[in-house]
Unconditional design. Structure first.
Length: 325
């Protein structure tokens, strides 16, 4: 069991270890650097028949293991790799297993919109628990209610303060925070509160899973610099709102702050809009060189993850770091 002191003097009796899958090793290495430890040695092998084999290359018995693996594309491959490592750490007698999933898979499939559908996010939660995960950490999940799918501790972090820092200062004094849709209004409200800026909400009608059309805008955007906020940018449909904002009187200088850069080809195409000046994202998902558009600015969540890992390990409160929405 852990032994604790008071305040920041809390002490953990089990060694701290951080490991990484293959989804975003640069992020894991940066987290380990902030913690002043070496990243644990583990090996993932992909066989010709597409099966995955994982091996922990050092002893973890009696240690507190934090395994970092965002489940970005290929989602299923990275998810299976994560599950196999959880099983391997449990069989290797780790004292505790905390899965750090900066980008949580299937988060947009968290309910039955129609009959006879799977609740895929719940399936992921069930698998992680069944295999022996003791705790889950994720960042800016699409639906906060997913936390209730787990019967183990969950730390729902937010990258909001990190992204908001980009928009502090005189250059954005005449800006307005724009909620990409009604569902993001609460998140956008926190951005507006943090930055002291007005809030604008886009109402849209979804024509398909990939496309949605803006029907009207609530709030005063006249003469202001729009800052569109969202949790995920995949197809880039959120960027199609640029024209609607300009037609409503916004300045032709649009910014976007979005946590998870899935960045499908259509999103990269939409970044070419002349009025879109910058897309600020985090490194929860590793962006390959071929997707690094000149308008993309990446900010790191490694200090945040390192901070929460340290707090969890020594038994300190993580409340100041949790999701604000």
């Amino acid at each position: 069991m852990r032994r604790f002191g008071t305040g920041s003097t809390a002490i953990a009796t089990h060694p701290l270890r951080v490991f990484s899958g293959t989804a975003n090793r640069p992020l894991a290495e940066e987290v380990a650097h902030h913690l002043h430890i070496k990243l644990g040695r583990a090996k993932t092998t992909r066989f010709p028949d597409t099966e995955i084999h994982v091996l922990i290359e050092e002893v973890v018995r009696g240690q507190d293991v934090f395994f970092i693996q965002p489940c970005s594309a290929p989602v299923n491959e990275h998810l299976v790799e994560l599950l196999l490592y959880v099983d391997a750490f449990r069989r290797a007698s780790a004292h505790s297993i905390t899965v750090v999933i900066p980008y949580f898979p299937y988060a947009r499939q968290e309910r039955m919109a129609r009959g006879r559908e799977a609740i895929s996010a719940k399936v992921v939660a069930t698998m992680l628990e069944s295999l022996g995960a003791d705790r889950v950490i994720y960042i800016d999940i699409h639906n906060p209610a997913i936390q209730g799918f787990f019967n183990i501790p969950v730390d729902p972090l937010t990258a909001l303060p990190i992204l908001a820092d980009r928009f502090k200062g005189e250059a954005f004094r005449n800006a307005a925070i724009v909620a990409a849709d009604v569902g993001r209004a609460k998140l956008a409200g926190k951005y507006a509160e943090t930055l002291g800026l007005p809030l604008v909400i886009m109402h849209k009608r979804r024509d398909s899973a990939e496309e949605a059309k803006v029907t009207h805008i609530v709030g005063d955007i006249e003469g202001k610099i729009p800052i569109i906020v969202d949790d995920i940018i995949a197809s880039g449909s959120v960027l199609t709102q640029v024209d609607a904002l300009i037609e409503a009187g916004a300045q032709p200088e649009v910014y976007a702050a979005i946590t998870h850069p899935v960045l499908l080809p259509s999103a990269l195409e939409r970044l070419e809009h002349p009025a879109l000046k910058e897309l600020v994202v985090t490194n929860t998902i590793h962006i390959p060189p071929e997707k690094m558009h000149p308008k993309i600015r990446v900010v790191s969540v490694a200090p945040l993850l390192a901070n929460v890992i340290k707090r969890v390990h020594v038994g300190e409160s993580v409340s100041p770091l949790l999701r604000l929405t």
